[in-house]
Design a protein around this ligand. Structure first.
Ligand code: NAD
Ligand code: TYD
Length: 361
């Protein structure tokens, strides 16, 4: 199979201090095949240098790794880095739907202006006769809510939250630079991702860390919304697979294949944490809450990629990781986390009810 990037390449990984980006960096450098990585990361509330400690602490890996703090929307920072890279893997984004409802602007700055700046830098290299491949990490949320069936790559993009709209906008820009300027670009659409090092704002890390602390779990609405869960190591492997083997101009769904209603996920994580349903509160729903995401993974499977981690194994291991890494959790729940939590949940929790009471009738 053709490797379009090749061993020994120099990758610019934007957003590499976040959850999926840091797993990608650890995984690729861990292969020890000579690949070099530069991470460009703004270190927003979600970026954490500690996520890269394993790489920076390893003499051989650290020699192939460089960290630069900066914004993908800053053309002066981006240009020289793209000029040194064989490929750009754009993992950087504002990523939490609830924050996009509270404050959409940052999502558009990074998702539209930032992606445009990266694409312009890649285009400038092409104009100078240097080939740089571009991979945009996207999401199943660009398809919007689907009542039945599974989204395929040719379906229309129908985003419904400011987060999903920013991600769909990034995709459209990437596609336009491929068609108009011949930029060699591919897109991955991963499903809901879980695992170690995820900032405790999304469902699984928030509920696991709250459960371990004996705090309430704020379940939106009836908890029957369906998500398809993908382990972070599989997501990172899927990104790397598409980077190396994807056809230029194509988008690839990267589904986990474990579609579950939130209630089931919550029940399983409570069991793994040794807690019970009495911690769950039903709270007022998220505005515009997408009821279901589900993707067809035939296209990427035909290319040769499939997820490896079963949810039944990945979830308990994830709970154990958060239990064993209390210092990481305390640091992640420091900073502005408490303010965000109050803004997002104080009124909701005051209006919430114990889920067990509601279920009992
Ligand atoms: P994350 O929030 O954990 O990390 C995002 C990283 O990007 C952080 O390190 C942050 O500092 C950095 N960043 C943000 N804005 C930046 C900017 N302007 N310039 C440079 N760096 C910036 O996110 P994640 O969950 O790891 O998601 C990574 C990517 O995967 C995103 O593009 C997201 O849309 C996509 N995705 C995530 C999921 C999921 O369930 N987490 C699922 C599908 C797709
Ligand atoms: P989330 O992890 O925010 O991912 P996304 O909205 O991008 O799919 O949420 C996953 C599901 O969990 C989604 O249906 C919303 C729900 N949810 C809650 O019920 N309570 C919460 O506090 C959070 C953060 C999410």
């Amino acid at each position: 199979m053709t490797d379009r990037v090749g061993a020994g390449a120099h990758l610019l990984v934007t957003g590499g201090a976040g959850f999926i980006g840091s797993e990608y960096v650890r995984q690729v450098l861990g292969r020890r095949d000579g690949t070099r990585i530069t991470v460009l990361d703004k270190l927003t509330y979600a970026g954490n240098r500690a996520n890269l400690a394993a790489v920076e602490g390893d003499e051989e890996q650290a020699g192939r790794f460089r960290f630069i703090q900066g914004d993908i929307a800053d053309a002066d920072a981006v240009g020289p880095l793209v000029a040194e890279a064989d490929a750009v893997v754009n993992v950087a984004a504002e990523t939490h739907v609830d924050r996009s409802i509270l404050d959409p602007e940052a999502f558009l700055r990074t998702g539209v202006i930032g992606v445009h700046v990266l694409l312009e830098a890649v285009r400038a290299q092409a104009d100078a006769g240097r080939h740089v491949r571009f991979l945009q990490v996207s999401t199943d949320e660009v398809y919007g809510d689907i009542a039945e069936g599974r989204s395929v790559e040719t379906d229309a993009l129908a985003p419904r939250s400011p987060y999903a709209a920013a991600k769909a906008s990034s995709e459209l820009l990437v596609r336009s630079y491929g068609v108009t300027f011949g930029v060699d670009a591919v897109i991955t659409r991963g499903s809901n991702t879980y695992g170690p090092y995820q900032h405790p704002e999304k469902l699984i890390p928030l509920f696991v860390t709250n459960a371990l602390a004996g705090d309430p779990l704020p379940m939106y609405g009836d908890g029957m919304q369906v998500r398809d869960w993908l382990h972070v190591s599989d997501h990172a492997a899927g990104i790397d697979f598409v980077l190396r083997h994807g056809e230029a101009g194509e988008a690839y769904n990267v589904p986990g294949g474990t579609e579950l209603p939130n209630r089931d996920v919550i029940g399983r994580l409570l069991e793994a944490a040794g807690r019970d349903w009495s911690l769950v509160r039903t709270v007022p729903d998220r505005p515009g809450h997408d009821r279901r995401y589900a993707m067809d993974g035939s296209k990427v499977r035909a290319l040769g990629w499939a997820p490896l981690v079963e949810f039944d194994e990945g979830l308990p291991a994830t709970v154990a990781w958060y239990r064993d890494n209390a210092a990481w959790v305390d640091a992640a729940k420091g900073g502005d986390w408490a303010d965000y939590y109050r803004r997002q949940y104080e009124t909701r929790l005051a209006r919430g009810q114990a889920a067990a009471e509601i279920d009992a009738g």
